[in-house]
Design a protein around this ligand. Structure first.
Ligand SMILES: N[C@@H](CCC(=O)N[C@@H](CS)C(=O)NCC(=O)O)C(=O)O
Length: 216
């Protein structure tokens, strides 16, 4: 059975946002059961973990055939094996692939700049100006995404792993002013997150943290 490496516990602000969620969601959509391999925050720097994830992060993933790191690569691998996440035809697969990379390379870095200024660097003398510029650049990118989506339910003609990844990125700013300017993106994000696969993945990650908290 596939095995997903995540954390035993993280601080509350990160609960529900650790990136093994992306892998869990992909497996849920594909209907593939999996085992959890949960490590502590300290263990992520252990030689054994660094051998599997060179940057000391989660997620990692392994099954009988592959041993992988990087959430995007893992989701792509799972998607290649499941039509629930990618169409069977080559042009359709190429589009889904493009959206996975777009979410992680074109949208997420701009969003992370904004969130880092707000959450991690707040109070630094330069953070306010940096954050304002970062927010402006994020709005420009979201405007393009919003134009592309228009009134379609998904980025292409059906739900794919590209939507999964884009929704994982957008939910970081769900309910904030950053997304409020784009009602179609807000509705799109909510549509993706209402899928049973997402709910099951989120519940599984949170259950692990709750179990750890109850035991300590
Ligand atoms: N690009 C990596 C990022 C993974 C990542 O940022 N993981 C976080 C949890 S969401 C982590 O393990 N952080 C601990 C650290 O960087 O030391 C991916 O998408 O898999």
């Amino acid at each position: 059975m596939p095995e997903v490496t995540g954390y035993k516990w993280v601080p509350e602000f990160a609960q529900g946002f650790v990136r093994d969620l992306r892998v869990r969601w992909a497996l849920e959509e594909a209907g593939i059961p999996y085992d959890e391999h949960l490590i502590s925050l300290e263990e992520n720097a252990s030689p054994a973990h660094l051998k599997r994830q060179p940057f000391g992060q989660v997620p990692a993933y392994r099954d009988g055939a592959v041993d992988m790191f990087e959430s995007g690569a893992i989701v792509l691998k799972i998607a290649e094996r499941s039509e629930a996440l990618m169409p069977a035809d080559d042009p359709g697969r190429a589009r889904a692939m493009s959206w996975i990379f777009a979410a992680m390379n074109s949208v997420e870095p701009r969003l992370m700049n904004v969130r880092s200024a707000e959450l991690f660097w707040a109070g630094e003398p330069w953070a306010e100006r940096f954050g304002a510029k970062a927010a402006e650049l994020l709005q420009m990118r979201l405007a393009r995404l919003s134009d592309w989506l228009g009134d379609k339910p998904f980025l292409e003609d059906r739900f794919t792993a590209g939507d999964l990844m884009m929704a994982c990125v957008l939910r970081e700013i769900e309910g904030t002013d950053h997304l409020a300017a784009f009602p179609n993106l807000e509705a799109y994000c909510a549509r993706c997150l209402s899928r049973p696969g997402f709910k099951a993945a989120l519940a599984a990650q949170l259950k692990a943290f709750a179990a750890y908290e109850a035991a300590t």
